[in-house]
Design a protein around this ligand. Structure first.
Ligand SMILES: [Zn+2]
Ligand SMILES: [Zn+2]
Length: 262
């Protein structure tokens, strides 16, 4: 059964289309389960910094309400879930988790686009090319620390960190990372947007390691336009690549949607 738990909306300021258009495109594509996981608002302390590529906190209530309305309206054709894709920032995590419990979400997925806390000096965008062994280790450490909380349903583009250094070091570090993800029973996402746009992820070496480690794998469209859900060619290419690696994506009923509670 076709499913996708990684769908954005125009509220993050860099996706386009109405919520309803995503739902209708998904139905047309034969998707039976559609999860919205827009870029979560972040709760930075008093600072001039503002991230313009995510939802504003004041838009979240309407986001949930509108999707709940569509969930009911389209219930005969598709199951809709409401969540967020979010970072794990140690400094702002408690506030974010409080916010979730007020909204009544179905799940959240982790997408670690930054190392550090984003608003502070330590911040670094994960997909910038880097040779630093230390930063690769910090990415892994931060992601695992976040996932240990047990609130994340899966990890989006786990291979977003754009390491260009020593291949042997990458293999060793990512091998360890994948074994930890397996121990935590966190599925890893093969990201269709990265594939479509030729980004640094999905990283072929990383996915060889996934095949070796035997991590549970999900396919995420990471749709930022309704049409992305209709790109059958991209979806089939992804299946071909996974098949060549001997990876079978898990079925929807093997995923446990975790409700983010404090
Ligand atoms: Zn992402
Ligand atoms: Zn995304």
């Amino acid at each position: 059964m076709r499913y996708n738990l990684h769908t954005h909306t125009c509220r993050c300021h860099h996706a386009t289309g109405e919520d309803r258009e995503y739902v209708e495109a998904a139905i047309q594509a034969g998707i039976k389960i559609l999860g919205f996981a827009d870029h979560c608002p972040q709760f930075f302390p008093d600072t001039d910094y503002y991230s313009h590529f995510r939802m504003r906190p004041e838009a979240a209530e309407e986001y949930v309400a509108n999707l709940r309305k569509l969930q009911k309206e389209y219930e005969k054709d598709i199951r809709i879930f409401v969540g967020f894709e979010t970072e794990y920032y140690p400094k702002t995590y408690p506030k974010m988790i409080d916010f979730f419990s007020q909204l009544g979400l179905d799940y959240i997925i982790m997408g670690q686009h930054f190392i550090g806390n984003e608003y502070d000096d330590l911040t670094m965008y994960s997909s910038v090319e880097r040779e630093s062994k230390g930063l690769l280790k910090r990415y892994i450490f931060q992601v695992l620390e976040g996932l240990e909380t047990g609130v994340f349903t899966y990890i989006a583009h786990p291979d977003i960190f754009n390491y260009k250094g020593d291949g042997e070091f990458y293999r060793e570090q990512m091998g360890g990372f994948l074994r930890e993800l397996k121990r935590l029973d966190i599925p890893v996402e093969y990201n269709l947007l990265g594939m479509k746009n030729g980004r640094n992820y999905p990283n072929p070496l990383f996915w060889e390691l996934v095949a070796e480690t035997g991590n549970r794998t999900v396919i995420g469209y990471d749709a930022h336009q309704p049409e992305a859900l209709l790109d059958e060619g991209n979806y089939q290419r992804c299946l071909d690549r996974l098949r060549a690696l001997g990876i079978t994506p898990i079925d929807y009923d093997e995923i446990v949607l975790k409700q983010p509670k404090p």
